[in-house]
Design a protein around this ligand. Sequence first.
Ligand SMILES: *[C@@H]1O[C@H](CO)[C@@H](O)[C@H](O)[C@H]1NC(C)=O
Length: 240
Amino acid sequence: MLSIWYCMVDQNLLVLLCVCGNYEYILVEKRGEKKNVGFIQLNRPKALNALCDGLMKEVGQALDAFEADGDVGAVVITGSEKAFAAGADIKEMQNRTFQECYGGNFLAHWNRVSTVKKPVIAAVNGFALGGGCEFAMMCDIIYAGEKAQFGQPEILLGTIPGAGGTQRLTRAVGKSLAMEMVLTGDRIGAQEAKQSAFELTLAEGNRLEKRLFHATFATDDRKEGMTAFVEKRKASFQDN
Ligand SMILES: *[C@@H]1O[C@H](CO)[C@@H](O)[C@H](O)[C@H]1NC(C)=O
């Protein structure tokens, strides 16, 4: 992994392009004069690019193809001006049990982007929340537009980040700000995210985080938090 660097870019650079491919949830093409940039655009506009299982599987397939393609030197992953990805797909998670999450090692395959051998750039504008923030942080470089918003709001749904959020955020923005973000669910903008960044060994922290994330599926509050989100009402937590 390279370091993560946050930079400001003109949001016009993130204007969306019409690209084609055989995917349902993403648009994929090779771009640039020499067609040596692998380009992936998350494309579930109605769901603000919520990261459903099918979308993440397709991203994995596109990354496999770009990694195997000798002509591709780097990969760019982007969303829309409104949302890089507003989060994981809460409806998919709402009724999951602890046993299902733990037994199936839920979210384990999300890590694919962090193991790609070529540089992966996240071009982020709009929401990069929850799984969207984690997904961006798995990339080697984040270019953030002025409207970018980063956050880990899982606590508002009675759960915790489950795809590296607690680990990579600490390394990206420092422990204090990361703790504040994870414990309050508050968001930060591109300017605030533009801090120096470094990456240490993640494997242990990620393994523990994944199991703690699974453990939230054994609580009533996690179920209530996600059900309230799906039903568009305020959650009523009982601390159970
Ligand atoms: C989850 O289960 C509840 C009933 O307990 C049901 O009303 C709801 O539609 C289910 N949600 C999903 C996304 O399947």
